[in-house]
Design a protein around this ligand. Structure first.
Ligand code: NDP
Length: 453
C-alpha cells in the first residue's frame, strides 16, 4: 500500500470509529500528513501498524463529578482523563476546566501532548484531562468543592510513575492546590502526583512562567537562524491567562513591545505597550474582564468580541512584526493570517495548542511566514513540569535561574531537533514537519521495542 493510502486508511477508520470529534481529527490529520517522508523511508511503521495504534488512546476515563453549589443545589459535570501513550514515560498533560470541553477536545490535546512531550527529550508520555465545568462566576467554595469531587475519582487513576496531570485553561495554582489537598486526604500520601504545585509544597520555581517564556525563547531561536533578534519587534499576543501573561513579560525582557492581549469577552490594543502590572492585577489577582484595563489606561482601545470585524479575531488585525496566539484552539484563521501578512508580520509562534486553522497554516507555508508550531513552541510548560517531578523525586529545590536556564536549553534543543529533522527530510525550515517527525519517531520506535502492547 502506498504511504498516502496508508495515511488515508487510518484517517478514515479514526473518523468512523470515533464520530463527532472534529478537533481530534484536525490534530491527527495535521500530524499524519507531515509524516509522509518518514513513512516512505521507514516501512517498519506500516509493518508494525504504528499509525493505527498511535491514534487510539491506551485508556480513556469518563466520570461523573457531583458537587453542591452555594445555594445547596446538587450540580453535575463530566470529568475526563485520556491516557494516550506511555511508550516513553508516565502519562503527562494538563487538566482543562472550560464549558467547551468534551471527549474530542481532550483527545486532540492528549494526542498533541504525545509528540510535544517526546520533543522535550524527557521521559514523559502523553495524556490530558479536564471537565466541562465553568469556573467563571463560581465562588471559592464552589471551586474547591468541584476540585475535591473531581479528584475523588481522578485519584484512582494517577500516580507519580503512572500519570501526573498539571494545569491548562481554567486550572491554575489555586485549583491544583485544592486537588492536591484532596488527593492527600484520600490516600494519606504526600506525593508528586500533580505539577504546578505551590512553592511551599513541592512546586518548582519558574513553572508558572515556563510556557510563555519558552514560547518566546523558541521565537528567539527561529529569528536567530535568520540572523535576526526580538529587539525592537512589535508583537501581538492573544489571551490573558498563564501563557499570554508570561509571553508578554519575556517579550519585554528581550526588547520587544507586546501591544495586545485578549480574553473570551474582548481584546485590548495598547499602542505604547501592554502594561504588565495592570494586566496581572486584573487577571491574576482580581480575576476580572479586560474591559477593566481600558478603564485604567484611557489611551488603550478595548474591542468587545461582538464588535470584531466579521469572521476575524481583532487581535490579528493589529499591525505587528510577530504574533503569539496564546488563548485557545482555532483562534487564528485564514482571514486572520492574511491580515497579519498584509500588515507585515513575519513570524507566528503558537503558545496555545492548535491555535491556527489548517488553512492558516497552509497560507503561512505558501507565503514563507516563519511558523513555530505549538508542539514545539509551547513545550516549555510540560518540560518544566518534568523538572518539577525530578525535584520532587530527589527532594531537591532548584533556583529560578537554574530552572530558567534549563528551560532555555530545552527550547534551543527542541528548535535544533525540529530544524535538523526538517533538513533531513528535504524541507529545511519546515518546523511543523520537523517537530512532528522527530516527536513521532522516538515514540514509534519505543512502541516497536515494547512489542504488541
Ligand atoms: P488560562 O486559563 O490561564 O488562560 C486562557 C486565556 O484564553 C484566557 O485569557 C481566556 O479568557 C482565553 N480564552 C479561553 N478560551 C477562549 C475562547 N474560547 N475564546 C477566546 N478566549 C479564550 O489558560 P492557559 O494560558 O494556561 O492556556 C492557554 C493556551 O495555552 C491553551 O491552548 C492551553 O492548552 C495552552 N497551553 C498551556 C500550557 C500551560 O502551561 N498553562 C502549556 C502548553 C499549552 P478568559 O480570561 O475570559 O477566560
Amino acid at each position: 500500500m502506498s504511504v498516502q493510502k496508508y495515511i488515508h486508511k487510518v484517517m478514515k477508520s479514526t473518523m468512523e470509529s470515533t464520530p463527532g470529534q472534529a478537533e481530534f481529527y484536525q490534530a491527527v490529520e495535521e500530524v499524519l500528513s507531515t509524516l509522509e517522508p518518514l513513512l516512505q523511508a521507514e516501512p517498519k511503521y506500516d509493518k508494525y501498524n504504528i499509525l493505527e495504534r498511535i491514534v487510539i488512546p491506551e485508556r480513556q476515563i469518563l466520570f461523573r463529578v457531583v458537587w453542591m453549589d452555594d445555594a445547596g443545589k446538587i450540580q453535575t459535570n463530566i470529568g475526563y482523563r485520556v491516557q494516550f501513550n506511555s511508550a516513553i514515560g508516565p502519562y503527562k498533560g494538563g487538566l482543562r476546566f472550560h464549558p467547551s470541553v468534551n471527549l474530542g477536545i481532550i483527545k486532540f490535546l492528549g494526542f498533541e501532548q504525545i509528540f510535544k512531550n517526546s520533543l522535550t527529550g524527557l521521559p514523559i508520555g502523553g495524556g490530558k484531562g479536564g471537565s466541562n465545568f465553568d469556573p467563571k462566576g463560581k465562588s471559592e467554595g464552589e471551586i474547591m468543592r468541584f476540585c475535591q469531587s473531581f479528584m475523588t475519582e481522578l485519584s484512582k487513576h494517577i500516580g507519580e510513575t503512572k500519570d501526573v496531570p498539571a494545569g491548562d485553561i481554567g486550572v491554575g495554582g489555586r485549583e491544583i492546590g485544592y486537588m492536591f489537598g484532596e488527593y492527600k486526604r484520600i490516600t494519606g500520601n504526600f506525593e508528586g502526583i500533580l505539577t504546578g504545585k505551590g512553592l511551599n509544597w513541592g512546586g518548582s520555581l519558574a513553572r508558572t512562567e515556563a510556557t510563555g517564556f519558552g514560547s518566546v525563547y523558541f521565537a528567539e531561536n527561529i529569528l536567530a537562524k535568520r540572523g535576526d533578534t526580538l529587539e525592537g519587534k512589535v508583537a501581538t499576543v492573544s489571551g490573558s491567562g498563564n501563557v499570554a501573561i508570561y509571553t508578554i513579560q519575556k517579550l519585554y525582557d528581550l526588547g520587544a513591545k507586546p501591544v495586545t492581549c485578549s480574553d473570551s469577552r474582548g481584546m485590548i490594543y495598547h499602542e505604547k505597550g501592554i502594561d504588565l502590572h495592570t494586566l496581572k492585577l486584573i487577571k491574576e489577582v482580581e480575576r476580572k474582564g479586560l474591559d477593566e484595563y481600558a478603564q485604567i489606561h484611557k489611551d488603550a482601545v478595548y474591542i468587545p468580541v461582538g464588535k470584531y470585524p466579521e469572521g476575524t479575531n481583532a487581535v490579528w488585525g493589529v499591525p505587528c512584526d510577530i504574533a503569539f496566539p496564546s488563548a485557545t484552539q482555532n483562534e487564528l484563521n485564514f482571514a486572520d493570517i492574511k491580515n497579519l501578512h498584509k500588515n507585515g508580520c513575519i513570524l507566528v509562534t503558537e503558545g496555545a495548542n492548535m491555535p491556527s486553522t489548517p488553512e492558516a497554516i497552509h497560507y503561512m507555508m505558501e507565503n514563507k511566514i516563519m511558523y513555530g508550531p505549538a508542539k514545539a513552541a509551547n513545550a516549555g510548560g510540560v518540560a518544566t513540569s518534568q523538572l518539577e517531578m525530578s525535584q520532587n523525586a530527589s527532594m531537591a529545590t532548584w533556583s529560578f535561574a537554574e530552572v530558567d536556564s534549563k528551560l532555555n536549553s530545552i527550547m534551543k534543543n527542541i528548535f535544533n531537533l525540529s530544524y535538523e529533522t526538517s533538513k533531513e527530510f528535504g524541507d529545511e525550515g519546515n518546523l511543523m514537519m520537523g517537530a512532528n517527525i522527530a516527536g513521532f519517531r522516538k515514540v514509534a520506535d519505543s512502541m516497536i521495542d515494547q512489542g504488541a502492547v
